[in-house]
Design a protein around this ligand. Structure first.
Ligand code: FPP
Length: 244
């Protein structure tokens, strides 16, 4: 990594989360069906995973299908599910070669049985890998994840296993799908929308956001951007805000 213009060592974030939108727009611009855009998006994900691993990022989490995406046209939902099906079936060799550990976050119980089986297989077969942790969010929504976590905790309380005052933000984190994974340092949104769209809403409480549209091998650019933001923020004060 390059260094900033001060003496501080630039640090690679441990966990980067990405909202990958713009596939549909990418395809439309080229006169192609949206589903071709999603297939292209899946290829880009593979490249980003390699780049993230090369840079020393320990965890990468991508938003592949949200709890709200079921309302899209049936053909688009089918195409996305088939894309994910193919990924679960074909990526084991690559994960083994690159020492990648896969975890799917989200409510898997609503997915087709064969996809659930492929996910369970890939998770089990890569569980012993010690390299980058790759989280794929499928049928994922932050509010849904928190609701499921609250239900788990409430069931324990009802069974007398915990008292309400023993519930802490740590125990809530430990009940989420991302249990054991550090919160993201950086949240990237690829196509310029300025919202989190229900992605990792608990986990991103302190994350830096990079929601700009950028071209090229943007992961590196965005990490460098994060570094300079952090350094600039350190030297900024209330005078900047008040404009005096
Ligand atoms: C939302 O924006 C994006 C999605 C619903 C799908 C993203 C999924 C992938 C890139 C495939 C993931 C694959 C793997 C292997 C993890 P949109 O593309 O509909 O954007 P737009 O309509 O706003 O342009």
């Amino acid at each position: 990594m390059e260094q900033g213009n001060n003496t501080q060592e630039l640090k690679i974030p441990a966990h980067v989360a990405i909202i990958m939108d713009g596939n549909g727009r990418w395809a439309k611009k080229r006169g192609l069906p949206r589903t071709v855009g999603h297939a292209q998006g899946a290829k880009v994900v593979e490249q980003i995973l390699e780049d993230a691993d090369d840079m020393g990022i320990k965890y990468l989490t991508v938003y592949a299908f949200s709890t709200e995406n079921w309302t899209r046209p049936v053909t688009e939902v089918k195409a996305l599910m088939n894309l994910l099906r193919t990924y679960m079936k074909t990526s084991l060799a690559k994960c083994a070669k690159n020492n990648v550990r896969v975890r799917v976050i989200g409510d898997k119980s609503k997915l087709d049985a064969d996809l659930q089986d492929s996910i369970a297989g890939l998770e089990a077969d890569t569980a012993g890998n010690t390299g980058i942790g790759f989280q794929i969010a499928i049928n994922y929504g932050g509010r849904d994840e928190i609701t499921r976590a609250v239900r788990k905790i409430a069931a324990k309380a009802a069974a007398g296993e915990i008292r309400p005052e023993e519930i802490t933000s740590e125990s809530i984190s430990d009940s989420l799908d991302t249990a054991g994974i550090p919160d993201p340092d950086l949240l990237i949104r690829t196509c310029g929308e300025q919202r989190t769209s229900n992605f990792l809403i608990w986990q991103c409480a302190y994350s830096e956001f990079n929601l700009r549209r950028q071209r090229g091998r943007t992961l590196q650019k965005r990490i460098l951007n994060l570094q300079s933001t952090l350094i600039t923020t350190e030297s900024a004060d209330m005078e900047d805000l008040s404009g005096k």
